[in-house]
Design a protein around this ligand. Structure first.
Ligand code: ZN
Ligand code: ZN
Ligand code: FE
Length: 772
């Protein structure tokens, strides 16, 4: 987005300013704090012959510039054109001021603007210049784990208040030594005004503790590396929280980590030393390489390579692996000292939030590990690693957290009332939307446990304080029993605020619209796990005609039942049985794990006991995964669906025949596909071939349906959202089919298609509906 420039004085525009000199105030908003804005402005002003000053404030940065009108115009043009990345000017407000006759340009102290809205940068991965210093034995920061500069280092995870200045970070307790102070105050230095600047003399120090908190003898880093090499599990303090780490090549170590963390099967992220090490275990496309090495340094899901040599326990049964590169000097040093890839997974038990406070981390993680590699720089707030994947259309975020949050999603629709959208039950994030800026929280997680709910509530309080925003309206899911919904309803009742309930899949489509800064009507294909429909049934395979204000359900998957409700999510074979029974198709007993249990489930279906109806696409994937012989059960949500995608044979060109049922609301009919699949499996067609035919068939029929609906409605844009679009095979097939039919396709690129993006959708719907 190009910056918006506002002129408060038309005289400037018209060039009618009187006299040989003028003074102007230029207010910058955007990502301007912590990116070297002030030093850049300082150097630019001097180069342009402009006097005055620059300072940070609660809203960004303020420049007062004095010079001839030509000098000022030149200065402003270069300011916009040359602003250093990753910084970004979103808005520039220009006012005329009285001339003061300054002789010099200076960097002034920050003005404390209290609770005004500010922009806080995400944490940035260590830059190449800092890496070189850490690796250089002659440098004074050789081997120093907390090296950073204006271009890199912690931001969001150390800021306690705005404006962004050292006293308002967790570096406040580390007074600069003479050498660091000299760098900090030298406009020509890379560390000029770098707030977290530190060195071995004055900065934070590493410590290695036992699981019970006693200091361990020896150099912390070398001893930690030695322990890891001998297959120990360690807790390691990172930027936004603690990780659990162990050797990724060791089956024994990874199995131990899984056992202690109570994480049975979900894949674990692996940190590799550099891109070459990533290429040794995975196929890394140019887009994926860019993503891995970006300042956000997310976990990137990649196809396992021919020379993949990590323990099978890292990603059981999967053909992909989640890799990330070191993003702090500590990570670089640790990887170099161990000399091989490390599992680096969030430090928690099962689905609880990641530990980030030192006492809590020691109490919760100490019993799980041989040692804790920690330090004395406090983490101001939790921020999990982000997850992304590169597809042919670009970047697809799967979890938007460290490196991205709290950078706002900017929208051109600007409304002054502040909306708090509380998000979904799983993969929760919340969102504060104000004046065209959507501040999404980092990943909160599944709101299943008491600690997760506490983290959600604390996170909201933190965001409101940090950005100086108080909501005027609360948006939540239609589901009354989501803990997030209950929070919103109770808070709104206590404060006398209005609430807006947003249907789950409408929120998904709105999130995709907001992701593209659009507000027009689209055909929203939401293939998802589950979300409550206004009819009380479970939706999840929907085609909605929707904009940000409302929606109409045009089509959905033909409904089926979930025998046992939640139990069916973990046991997709139950759903396969239900599909077959619904259309009177007998299935061979030998296909099911347990004949007695299958008989019991058949009874449930026949009597319609505990059999909620659904149109969920996610559950259809689970059912077909079982039916085609890929995976009958899931140890975590989506495992069976991931197996169906992972096993699909890319060379197969056939497809299973899905149907389209007529009616006021159209239905995508799975019955012909089911019959064909059973027939073909009985005839000996292999599971990978059938898995590919399933994907191709569903994509083809969905695209046909969208073309028909486009003709009927005159709306020729399709937005793809919902958790099923984490499936790249489905995404690629459907997007290309839709495009070949002349339809415009919107795919997520700033927020995840899964429930992690839902709060943005809720927020824009509430903003569009409200008369606030
Ligand atoms: Zn740096
Ligand atoms: Zn120092
Ligand atoms: Fe969803």
């Amino acid at each position: 987005m190009d910056p918006t420039v506002y002129y408060f004085d038309y005289a400037i525009l018209a060039g009618m300013t009187s006299g040989p000199r003028s003074r102007r105030e230029l207010r910058l908003r955007g990502l301007v704090q912590g990116v070297g804005c002030r030093p850049f402005v300082y150097r630019l002003a001097r180069a342009c012959g402009v006097s005055g000053e620059v300072r940070n404030d609660g809203q960004g940065a303020v420049i007062e510039a004095e010079g001839s009108p030509a000098e000022l115009a030149h200065f402003q043009a270069r300011l916009l054109a040359e602003f250093p990345p990753p910084g970004q000017i979103a808005e520039l407000v220009v006012r005329e001021l009285p001339v003061q006759g300054d002789a010099e340009f200076l960097i002034a102290a920050s003005a404390d603007r209290g609770r005004e809205l500010a922009w806080v940068l995400p944490d940035l991965a260590t830059c190449p210049a800092c890496c070189a210093e850490v690796a250089d034995p002659a440098d004074r920061r050789a081997g120093y784990a907390f090296t950073n500069c204006t271009h890199c280092g912690p931001r969001f995870s150390i800021i306690t208040a705005v404006p962004y200045d050292r006293p308002r970070t967790t570096m406040a307790g580390f007074p600069l030594c003479a050498a660091c102070a000299a760098e900090y105050h030298d406009p020509g230095d890379r560390r000029f005004h770098a707030q977290p600047v530190a060195c071995p003399v004055c900065g934070p120090q590493l410590r290695l503790l036992s699981g019970t908190g006693e200091p361990l003898p020896g150099a912390p880093l070398a001893t930690a590396a030695e322990l890891l090499r001998s297959d120990a599990v360690l807790a390691v303090k990172g930027l936004g929280g603690y990780h659990l780490a162990c050797r990724a090549r060791s089956s024994a170590a990874v199995a131990t980590l899984r056992e202690r963390k109570l994480r049975e099967a979900r894949p674990l992220a692996v940190m590799v030393a550099d891109l070459a090490a990533a290429r040794a275990v995975a196929t890394v496309s140019p887009a994926a390489a860019t993503l891995l090495a970006s300042p956000a340094a997310p976990i990137v899901l990649l196809p396992q390579g021919a020379a993949y040599d990590l323990a099978p326990e890292v990603a059981p049964g999967l053909r992909r692996v989640g890799l990330l590169l070191p993003y702090t000097p500590l990570h670089h040093l640790l990887l170099a000292a161990v000399g091989e890839p490390l599992v680096l997974t969030s430090g928690n038990l099962s689905d609880e939030p990641m530990a980030y406070a030192d006492d809590e981390a020691l109490a919760r993680l100490g019993p799980l590990v041989e040692a804790v590699l920690t330090h004395d720089r406090r983490i101001a707030r939790r921020c999990d690693d982000s997850v992304a994947v590169a597809w042919s259309g670009g970047l697809l975020p799967l979890r938007r957290s460290r490196g991205y949050a709290p950078e706002p999603v900017r929208l051109s629709q600007r409304r002054p009332a502040t909306v708090l959208a509380v998000g979904a039950h799983q993969k929760n994030t919340f969102c504060l939307l104000h004046d065209g800026e959507a501040f999404l929280s980092p990943h909160v997680g599944d709101l299943e446990s008491e600690p997760a709910l506490a983290s959600f509530e604390a996170g909201i309080a933190d965001y409101e304080q940090l950005f100086g925003l108080r909501p005027a309206v609360l948006a939540h899911d239609l589901h009354p029993d989501y803990l997030a919904t209950r929070y919103a309803v109770q808070r709104a009742a206590a404060a006398g605020l209005p609430t807006i309930a947003v249907q789950h899949h409408h929120a998904h489509v709105a999130a995709c619209l907001a992701d593209h800064d659009r507000a027009d009507a689209v055909l929203g294909v939401t293939f998802d796990g589950t979300g409550l429909g206004p009819d009380g049934s479970i939706w999840g395979g929907e085609v909605l005609l929707a904009d940000c204000r409302g929606y109409r359900r045009l089509a959905h998957l033909r409904p089926f039942v979930l025998p046992g409700g939640e139990a069916a999510v973990r046991q997709g074979w139950r759903i396969a049985l239900a599909l077959a029974q619904q259309v009177g198709l007998p299935l061979p007993e030998a296909w099911w794990p347990d004949a007695a249990r299958a008989a019991f489930v058949r009874q449930m279906i026949a009597r319609q006991v505990q059999c909620p109806a659904t149109s969920s696409a996610g559950r259809l994937f689970d059912a077909f995964s079982a039916l085609l012989g890929c995976r009958p059960t899931s140890r975590y949500e989506g495992e069976a669906a991931v197996a169906l995608e992972g096993q699909a044979d890319p060379a197969e060109a056939g497809r299973l025949p899905f149907g389209l049922l007529p009616g006021e609301v159209r239905q995508i009919d799975w019955e012909p596909a089911l019959r064909a699949a059973v027939e073909q499996r009985l005839a000996g067609v292999a599971a990978p071939v059938l898995a590919m035919r399933f994907h191709r068939g569903l994509a083809q029929t969905t695209a046909d349906l969208c073309r028909q609906l486009a003709d009927a409605t005159g709306v020729a844009t399709v937005a793809l959202s919902g958790g099923c679009f984490q499936n790249l095979l489905l995404l690629e097939l459907l997007a290309s089919q839709l495009q070949s039919k002349g339809l415009e396709v919107l795919v997520h690129r700033r927020v995840p298609p899964n429930d992690g993006g839902l709060s943005l959708g809720q927020a824009v719907v509430a903003a569009a509906l409200g008369n606030h």
